[in-house]
Design a protein around this ligand. Structure first.
Ligand SMILES: *[C@@H]1O[C@H](CO)[C@@H](O)[C@H](O)[C@H]1NC(C)=O
Ligand SMILES: *[C@@H]1O[C@H](CO)[C@@H](O)[C@H](O)[C@H]1NC(C)=O
Ligand SMILES: *[C@@H]1O[C@H](CO)[C@@H](O)[C@H](O)[C@H]1NC(C)=O
Length: 368
């Protein structure tokens, strides 16, 4: 859609001046990419203190391993927000049995933003038997964001026997760093849905560099698919503004060639108007293949397509109803920089959190 038509369209429906300023100033907002910005990891909204207080109180009343595990299984997915490092450690301090701790790592993993090697060392330190320590490392290694030779060494040194040390080395060498926006892509078939509405041109400071929301997201998705996807996984990239379009007509194997082609597609993306979230979801679900997960990133609330929380919940419940493999949707509300008022940011958090909630996905609310 060209700019003149879009501006006329915007004026016709009487949209806020927000959309107009976005397009007028678009060229000025373009910035160059830099290595510093790519390494920037913004903090999302974590689980509330109230949720944690309730959760820990209930956890401390569980009498045995079985009831602790049942409690963890039932309670951890009741909130789709990620845990902070302090919250993770406080949960570990409350659980005394290794088997429950291992279960806790498994259940918390999708809701962990990233852990540093020091965090991992602290968690491994809670396990007495080296077999359980190794089990814990296997479960938690994919949360590491700082996978350097030095950080690997620190973790490996926590194992006493040389055979354990070589097992730990193998585990660490096999994992890819977790992305603080997209996490770890564990799904066999996954869709990445990216918002390219006009406001994605807003800029923010990332490690001292000015970068637009869209440029930053392009870097992160490129890192994620390059570092993490394996040829046995399938993926597709879908974008939405006024309407949605997709890189491929269906999910394709994550071969090196396909990843290169996806990156070429990502590099060409520019912004195109409204926020039509349901149009993006329509394309993701429009496949006869099994689909395991969707990563949906947006910086707003929909202003066309399905626009209410109840509407989107019903839509997703229906979409999942006839699928044997339910599709989990991990959502990211990405509102760095920009001129949005607090209530607009809150609404975006609410809408995207509802999508994660109704599909048992995780939610990252990022605003700053
Ligand atoms: C948003 O997408 C829906 C299809 O899901 C379409 O019917 C609608 O026209 C789109 N909105 C705009 C403004 O193009
Ligand atoms: C799910 O399947 C039932 C029975 O075949 C059908 O009536 C219903 O329309 C389907 N729902 C969706 C969302 O496709
Ligand atoms: C979400 O989890 C609940 C409780 O475990 C389950 O009943 C529901 O089917 C799940 N929904 C999806 C979409 O996975």
């Amino acid at each position: 859609m060209n700019k003149i038509y879009l501006l006329t369209f915007v004026a016709l429906v009487g949209l806020s001046t927000l959309a107009l300023t976005k397009f007028d100033s678009e060229p000025a907002l373009r910035t160059t990419l830099g290595a510093g910005a790519a390494d920037f990891c913004p903090q999302p909204q974590y689980r509330s203190d109230a949720w944690m207080k309730n959760f820990l109180a209930g956890l401390s009343t569980q009498k045995n391993d079985d009831s602790i595990i049942q409690y963890l299984q039932a309670q951890i997915p009741t909130d789709s927000h990620v845990f902070s490092t302090d919250q993770i450690i406080s949960i570990f301090n409350t659980i005394l049995l290794d088997s429950s701790r291992l279960q806790a790592i498994t259940l918390m993993n999708p809701y962990i933003l990233t852990l540093t090697s020091q965090n991992v060392v602290d968690i491994l330190g809670k396990f007495i038997y080296s077999q359980n320590k190794m089990g814990a490392l296997k479960l938690i290694a994919n949360t590491l964001s700082d996978l350097t030779d030095a950080s690997k060494k620190v973790i490996i040194s926590k194992f006493t026997f040389s055979s354990d040390q070589s097992d730990a080395t193998a585990i660490l060498n096999a994992v890819s760093p977790r992305n603080c926006i997209y996490g770890t892509i564990t799904e066999k078939v996954a869709a990445f849905i990216i918002d390219v509405s006009g406001s994605m041109d807003y800029t923010f400071k990332a490690n001292g560099e000015t970068i637009s929301r869209l440029s930053y997201v392009k870097q992160q998705i490129t890192k994620t698919i390059t570092d993490q996807l394996k040829p046995y996984q399938k993926f597709n990239i879908i974008i939405f503004g006024n309407t949605a379009s997709q890189w491929n007509t269906d999910y394709v194997d994550a071969t090196p060639e396909n990843i290169q082609a996806a990156i070429a597609y990502i590099n060409k993306l520019t912004t195109i108007g409204y926020t039509n979230i349901s149009a993006g979801l329509d394309l993701a679900f429009n496949t006869k293949q099994a689909l395991n997960g969707i990563y949906l990133l947006s910086d707003g609330v929909p202003n066309t397509g399905i626009q209410t929380v109840d509407g989107i919940k019903k839509y997703l419940t229906d979409k999942n109803a006839n699928r044997t493999d339910k599709v989990h949707i991990n959502t990211i509300s990405f509102i760095m920089g920009g001129i949005e008022k607090q209530d607009e940011r809150d609404l975006s958090f609410q809408f995207l959190n509802a999508i994660a909630d109704v599909t048992n996905g995780s939610f990252k609310g990022i605003s700053g």
